[in-house]
Structure formats: structure tokens, C-alpha cells
Design a protein around this ligand. Structure first.
Ligand SMILES: Nc1nc2c(c(=O)[nH]1)N[C@@H](CNc1ccc(C(=O)N[C@@H](CCC(=O)N[C@@H](CCC(=O)N[C@@H](CCC(=O)O)C(=O)O)C(=O)O)C(=O)O)cc1)CN2
Ligand code: MET
Ligand SMILES: [Zn+2]
Length: 774
């Protein structure tokens, strides 16, 4: 018999983003709740059918979500902030969506100002966003959803071997936001009884295995959380004596949590062998007699075909210690983070395609490995084939480009440094482009209207010629340049209409990158991205953005900002090579962006923005690993930007970030101007910059673009004044929090007018003050 297999989670969005369409149509009011739930049920059944067909023994249930699994968990335990109303027997679907998306004024029955949604943040080091549970010190919990049970029964009644999945209590608390920043671990005594009740119910239903996800175990845990962990699992164990508990950890090695994890009273531990590999010996030494180890050997975070020979080495080592009955095979983590299947990819080159495995194909790898582990003769051909493919990839001419290797090797310290220090550069920049105090600008994108997306879709499918599409884009650029001049912004942008996405667009044009037709991955709620795949040495065959920036600049006398995505963000939001360190790939991308910076400069652009919104989320999960990452990522940014002459202003932009703990690294980027998101925290974020005496210019966001609300002039002026309280006026810019691509023009035009008006109002106040003191 082959080794036992299981899966931790499957993509929810559907093979053709069916869930996205169903959700958006329901939200718009174009379809009923029944229709949405029907689509959701069909997608679940389809996912289970596929997993069973692949040969997986235990199939996850409850991993599906209409929006996000952390929000599901908050609903499950009744952690519903009071602004969303009281909870009846169950959290309703509309209450659930209100928590995720907020309610607009007109949707809100009690009138007033609408209700802000809960916050959203990155799920560990992925590009998936979860909804942050909001807890308070006296928080109470109550079982408030039947979802886990319904989905379990739905699967079992249809004959699927179901294994329910829950986000565990420790991770739930650790990922929550506690009012007053108190320690959320203190809520365990209140929360634990609800988890116990859930386990008891599953036990009563005759459920055999339950998977409890505790990815927080790969983070640095405070003593209070370490203690809570032990308390939680002995409590869970005693609540359901027959139910078998599988504790799942993933996304990194366990390090100082390793001993504790294997001493918990659970029946099995799932461990991520792709990220924790070096720990295998310690793990095998720590697994107590009688406990099962689930080996997460197929990488759920990447799209490469598994290297069977390498995996079998680890599997054999584990088998020797544990024997066949105590070793399971699985993907490293939920398959949520990879595209659904390769089947839809008709245009990929066959050789390249053979190097890949998406979610569905990964399940086959799990099953193949479980068979190969016991030398099942029927599986031996899969090993042969796998060896052939790995060899071909290793030797492939399309992976290695000697010119790139030479160029990377030749990078020296001077390539990482602008010609002059910032004060000299600022003089050169201002004499080239005189700007008023508190200059105004935007972050880059203007609304990506359905017309823009439709035009691109028609061009892709041949309905528009390239000429027609290009002239459509030029028309859009003309419109936004005229708009920005009319509004009287100081530094203009071209609007990014040519981009489907700020990373995918560059991936499509760089050598060493491949892109898919339908490789969608959920980003948050109904929103998806199609991460490009970096398979080889990266270079830039020809200019990527110059024509659009140059065209925009030709339409106006005001400076236009060239607009690029930085090397770390491109790296972080792509699937990366697994055959060289990320730092090397980052350097290669940096050199390609550097070439683009040089060409934008030659084309006459005097301001160039290099976006790095993913710099913060790329931080390793453990603090001990931060310095190394920050060194090479800062170097990559500097390599991409330092080619610029003193008189060219380099801007950068970051959003969704907490900056306090990486402020040194941000300063080390040495961008002339950084724009950051800050209006949601009411400029609190700026404290780090003020405290640190950030040396260059800063544009704190003064308009929250995540909300459709149009901010008033006075409200924006007040935010500028708050910024002025901690930063010198000479260093301050005025801009929104982020790009405007997800907004519509009806919101954008008045908001921009208010922003410029507010900047002018505060400028006058500053001038008046200056006169009165001189
Ligand atoms: N890569 C990446 N990661 C990121 C971000 C980001 O901007 N990029 N931002 C943060 C996350 N924020 C996000 C914000 C919005 C969307 C988003 O809106 N995604 C779009 C897809 C954007 C896209 O690539 N669109 C394609 C169109 C693909 C498409 O659906 N076309 C239609 C046809 C178009 C039509 O007729 O309307 C179809 O195929 O059916 C394009 O513009 O070309 C979506 O889910 O709807 C995603 C992430 C963090 N991570
Ligand atoms: C997620 S950061 C986005 C920056 C980009 N330049 C934009 O405006 O859309
Ligand atoms: Zn942004």
C-alpha cells in the first residue's frame, strides 16, 4: 500500500474565476443570494471531485470561503465588531460581506456615514490578504456559524473522505488586532470553549480526522503565546477523545517552537519540508512514538514540478524512522497560493510547460511520491519521466544567459550609489523643475475603467489592432494629462492605462519571465492576480514604458513622472526560480529596471518613480533573518535607481506598510521622495519618519483611496497640518495613499480638486506665518 496522502486546502476561486464573477454580480445586485450559494456549492463539489480523482486519501472541507478563511473563523467564533450589528443564531452572509467590505452610506439602513470595513493585511509572506479580526480585552466568543459542519456533511454525504480544516486558536489570536494593543493570548480562556464545542460536534458527527492550522508556529512567539499553545492543545484534546487531531504548520521552519510542537497531545503534525528542510533530522528525532508525521514535500507556494529524486531522499529518511504507518505525504501548505490547473494553458511552450505543476498537478505529484516511496512498480515510470524533466530544465539554454551572469558579477559599489548626496541632488532637481512648497502629485494609476479593460481584452483576442489599441491608450493619456493640468497638480502621471497589472505588465516584457493565460491566484475577496513566472536569467530586450511616458511628457510643460515597478515588488509578486537565491534574481531584475530608468532619462523624463509596495511584506517571518534580507533588497533598489543623474528625481512608493521597524532600510533606499499610505492611521505612521529624522522628502497619503468617500478640502488640509507638526515643510509632498486604479472618475475628480485646494490653503498659511515671524 502507498503512503497515506492528504491535501491542506484547494483554490476557491474556480478554474475560470467563477467565484469572482458570482460574487461581483451578487454585490452589484444583479443576482440573488441563492445563485451565489449555488455557484459556491458547485465549486466545492468540483474541487472535491478533482482531489479525489487525483487519488488523494483525505480531502479538506471548510477550506472554501466566500471571502477569506480568517474572516470565516471570526464569524465562526462570533468575533463580530459591534458596528456590524448584533448576531442572531448565525452571522448572516450580508453581515459577513459588510465586515469584509464595509457599507456605504446609502446601503446602511441607519443612515449616517456608512460603516468602515475591517482591516486587511498580508497573510504571512504571501500576496494573499486576510481580514484582521478585531478583538477587545473583554471579548466574548460564541459559536456563530454552521459553515464547517455543513461543508463537512455536504462532502461526506456525497461520498468524499472529508477532513475538516480549521484555523487554530493560537494563530487566530496571534493574527488578530487587539484594542489598546493588549496581548491577545489573554483571550484564550474565553475562546477555547468555542473551539472545544466545535471539536465535540465533529466528534459526534463521526468525523475521523480534523486539521487544525497553526501557521503562527513558524513566527517568533512571545512567552504568553507559547504558554497559550500548550494550554490550548490539552484543552482541545480533552474535548473530543475520539477525534484525531492533525496540527498543521507551514511557511517556515519551526526553530525554537519545534520541541513544543511535537510535545503537544495531537495525533499528527504536518510540517513544511520545503521551507523547513534543514530541520528534518530534528523533526524526526522529536516525533514521539505513536504520532504521525505529515511531510509537506510538494511546494504549495511555487509552480515548479517537484524534484522527485530529492523528495524521495527526505521521504526515505523519514520512512526509516517512522515506518509506513506513521508517514503521510502532502503539499507543503494550502494550494490557495498557486493557480488551479495547467489544463487551461494552451499557449505555453510544451517544454516549459513540462517544468510546471499548478494545484491539480501538485496533487498528482503527492500521490506519485506516496507510491514511489513504497517502490510501487507501477509508479516507477513517473520517476524516470521526472528525472528527464529535471535534467532538461537544469541544462536548458533558456534558463542561463551568460551575458546576465557577467553583468551581475560586475556590479560594484559605485553602481549602488547616486552621483551626489541628497542635498546636492535636491538643488539640481529644483533648478530643473521649480516646484512650490508642498508639491502635489498622484501615485501613478488613474481609474482602470471597464472600457480600458475591455479595449485590452479586445486587442488580445484580435478585435482591435495594435494600432487601434495604442491610439485608444493615447486618448486616455491625453484625457488624464488634461485633467491633471486642469486640477493644477504639480507633478503629473500618464495614468498606467497600458498595464493590466503593475507586475504582470513587466513580466510580459522581460526576458526570463513567462506568463500564463489563466493562472489566476486569489489576492483578496473577489480580486485576483496572475503572477508571472521567473524561470531564467532576467534581462530587458527593449524599453518597456518609455513610449507612454514620453508621449505624456510631450503633452505638457509640467514634469511627468515615469512609472516603474521596483525589483523587490516584481520578485515578491511573481513565482520565482527555485534554483538560485532570491537575492540573485532580485539583482538581475534590478539591472533590467536600471536600463529602463536610463532610457526614461534619455527620453527627457525628469522624475521617475520606482514602486516598492512589497518591500515590507518580503521581510522574512523571523526577525533573525531580517538583516540579510534588508541588505540585499535595499541594494537591489539602489542598483535599479542609482543610474539616475543628480537632476532626475527618484520617487518611490509603499503602501499597506508598518514602517517603524524598517525605517533605517527605507532611508537607505536613498530615494529623493517616498510616498506612503498614512491617511487611515490619521498620519500616525509619520511618527517613525519624524522620530528618525528621515533625511529626504516624504509624501504621506492624505486621501484614503480604499474608500469611495470623497474627502473634503478641510479634512485633507488638517491631515497636511498634522504632517507639518512632525516634519519640515520643505520635505513634504501632498498625494493620495496609493494609485487610483480601483476608483472611478466621479470620485477621483472632486477628490483631486480638494487635495490641490487643501495644499494651496496650507501653503498660504505657511506663507502668512513666515511673514509674521520675519
Ligand atoms: N500583482 C499585484 N499584486 C498586488 C497588487 C497589485 O496591484 N498587483 N496590489 C495589492 C492587491 N490589490 C489588488 C487590487 C486589485 C486587483 C484587481 O483588481 N485584479 C483584477 C485583475 C486585474 C487584471 O489583470 N486585469 C486584466 C483583465 C483580466 C480580465 O478579467 N479580463 C476580462 C475581460 C475584460 C472585460 O471585458 O471587462 C476577462 O478576461 O473576462 C487586464 O486589465 O487586462 C481582478 O481581480 O479583477 C488585484 C489586487 C497587493 N498585491
Ligand atoms: C500597490 S502600489 C500601486 C502603485 C502604482 N504606481 C499605482 O498607482 O497603481
Ligand atoms: Zn500603493
Amino acid at each position: 500500500m502507498e503512503l497515506c496522502t492528504h491535501n491542506l486546502g484547494y483554490p476557491r476561486i474556480g478554474p475560470n474565476r467563477e467565484l469572482k464573477r458570482a460574487l461581483e454580480s451578487y454585490w452589484k445586485g444583479d443576482s440573488t443570494l441563492e445563485a451565489l450559494l449555488q455557484t459556491a456549492a458547485e465549486l466545492r463539489r468540483q474541487a472535491w471531485t478533482r482531489q479525489k480523482a487525483a487519488g488523494i486519501r483525505w480531502i479538506p472541507t471548510g477550506d472554501f470561503s466566500l471571502y477569506d478563511h480568517v474572516l470565516d473563523t471570526a464569524a465562526l467564533v462570533g468575533a463580530v465588531p459591534s458596528r456590524f450589528g448584533s448576531v442572531g443564531e448565525e452571522v448572516s452572509v450580508d453581515q459577513f460581506f459588510a465586515m469584509a467590505r464595509g457599507l456605504l452610506e446609502r446601503e446602511h439602513e441607519h443612515g449616517s456615514r456608512g460603516i468602515p470595513p475591517m482591516e486587511m493585511t498580508k497573510w504571512f509572506d504571501t500576496n494573499y490578504h486576510y481580514i484582521v479580526p478585531e478583538l477587545k480585552p473583554a471579548q466574548t466568543f460564541r459559536l456563530s456559524s454552521r459553515k464547517p459542519f455543513t461543508e463537512f456533511l455536504e462532502a461526506r454525504q456525497s461520498g468524499f473522505p472529508a477532513k475538516p480544516v480549521l484555523l487554530g486558536p493560537i494563530s487566530f489570536l496571534r493574527l488578530s488586532k487587539m484594542e489598546g494593543n493588549e496581548d491577545a493570548a489573554s483571550l484564550l480562556p474565553a475562546l477555547l470553549p468555542v473551539y472545544q464545542e466545535i471539536l465535540r460536534k465533529f466528534d459526534e458527527l463521526g468525523c475521523e480526522w480534523i486539521q487544525i492550522d497553526e501557521p503562527a508556529l513558524v513566527l517568533d512567539l512571545s512567552p504568553s503565546f507559547q504558554h497559550a499553545l500548550t494550554v490550548a492543545y490539552s484543552g482541545l484534546r480533552s474535548s473530543a477523545p475520539r477525534l484525531k487531531l492533525l496540527l498543521a504548520t507551514y511557511f517556515g521552519p519551526l526553530r525554537d517552537n519545534l520541541e513544543t510542537v511535537f510535545s503537544l497531545p495531537v495525533d499528527a503534525v504536518h510540517w513544511d519540508a520545503t521551507r523547513g528542510g534543514a530541520e528534518l533530522d530534528s523533526v524526526l528525532a522529536a516525533v514521539p512514538t505513536g504520532m504521525i508525521l505529515s511531510l509537506g514535500i510538494v511546494d504549495g507556494r511555487n509552480v515548479w514540478r517537484n524534484n522527485f529524486s530529492e523528495s524521495l531522499r527526505s521521504i526515505e529518511q523519514a520512512l526509516a524512522v517512522l515506518g509506513r504507518d506513521r508517514l503521510w505525504i502532502a503539499p507543503s501548505c494550502s494550494l490557495l497560493h498557486v493557480p488551479v490547473s495547467l489544463e487551461g494553458e494552451k499557449r505555453l511552450d510544451p517544454e516549459f510547460r513540462s517544468w510546471l505543476a499548478f494545484a491539480y498537478e501538485k496533487l498528482h505529484e503527492v500521490v506519485d511520491l506516496a507510491r514511489l516511496a513504497v517502490q510501487d512498480p507501477a509508479s516507477l515510470s513517473t520517476l524516470e519521466e521526472n528525472r528527464r524533466i529535471q535534467d532538461a530544465r537544469r541544462r536548458s539554454g533558456r534558463v542561463h544567459d551568460p551575458a546576465v551572469a557577467r553583468r551581475v558579477a560586475a556590479v560594484g559599489p559605485l553602481d549602488l550609489q547616486r552621483t551626489s548626496p541628497y542635498p546636492t541632488r535636491k538643488k539640481a532637481q529644483r533648478s530643473r523643475n521649480p516646484l512650490p512648497l508642498l508639491p502635489t502629485t498622484t501615485i501613478g494609476s488613474f481609474p482602470q475603467t471597464p472600457e480600458v479593460r475591455k479595449a485590452r481584452a479586445r486587442w488580445r483576442t484580435g478585435g482591435l489592432t495594435t494600432e487601434q489599441y495604442d491610439s485608444f491608450l493615447e486618448g486616455e493619456i491625453r484625457r488624464v494629462i488634461a485633467l491633471q493640468e486642469d486640477v493644477d497638480l504639480d507633478v503629473l502621471v500618464h495614468g498606467e492605462f497600458e498595464r493590466n497589472d503593475m507586475v504582470e505588465y513587466f513580466g510580459e516584457q522581460l526576458a526570463g519571465f513567462a506568463f500564463t493565460e489563466g493562472g489566476w491566484v486569489q489576492s483578496y475577496g473577489s480580486r485576483c492576480t496572475k503572477p508571472p513566472i521567473i524561470f531564467g536569467d532576467v534581462s530587458r530586450p527593449k524599453p518597456m514604458t518609455v513610449r507612454w511616458s514620453q508621449f505624456a511628457q510631450s503633452l505638457t510643460k509640467k514634469p511627468v513622472k515615469g512609472m516603474l515597478t521596483g525589483p523587490i515588488t516584481i520578485l515578491q509578486w511573481s513565482f520565482v526560480r527555485d534554483d538560485q537565491p532570491r537575492s540573485v534574481t532580485a539583482r538581475q531584475i534590478a539591472l533590467a529596471i536600471r536600463d529602463e530608468v536610463a532610457d526614461l532619462e534619455k527620453a527627457g523624463l525628469s522624475v521617475i518613480q520606482i514602486d516598492e509596495p512589497a518591500l515590507r511584506e518580503g521581510l522574512p517571518l523571523r526577525r533573525a533573518d531580517w538583516p540579510d534580507y534588508l541588505t540585499w533588497s535595499v541594494e537591489a533598489f539602489r542598483l535599479s535607481s542609482s543610474i539616475a543623474a543628480d537632476g532626475t528625481a527618484i520617487h518611490t512608493h509603499m503602501c499597506y506598510s508598518e514602517f517603524n521597524d524598517i525605517i533605517d532600510a527605507i532611508a537607505a533606499l536613498d530615494a529623493d521622495v517616498i510616498s506612503i499610505e498614512s491617511s487611515r492611521s490619521n498620519m500616525e505612521l509619520l511618527r517613525a519618519f519624524a522620530h528618525f529624522r528621515y533625511p529626504n522628502e516624504i509624501g504621506p497619503g492624505v486621501w484614503d483611496i480604499h474608500s469611495p468617500r470623497i474627502p473634503s478640502v478641510e479634512e485633507i488640509a488638517e491631515r497636511i497640518r498634522r504632517a507639518l507638526a512632525v516634519l519640515p515643510a520643505s520635505a513634504l509632498w501632498v498625494n493620495p495613499d496609493c494609485g487610483l486604479k480601483t476608483r472611478n472618475l466621479a470620485e477621483v475628480v472632486p477628490s483631486l480638486r480638494h487635495m490641490v485646494e487643501a495644499a494651496k490653503r496650507v501653503r498660504k498659511e505657511l506663507e502668512a506665518k513666515r511673514e509674521s515671524t520675519s
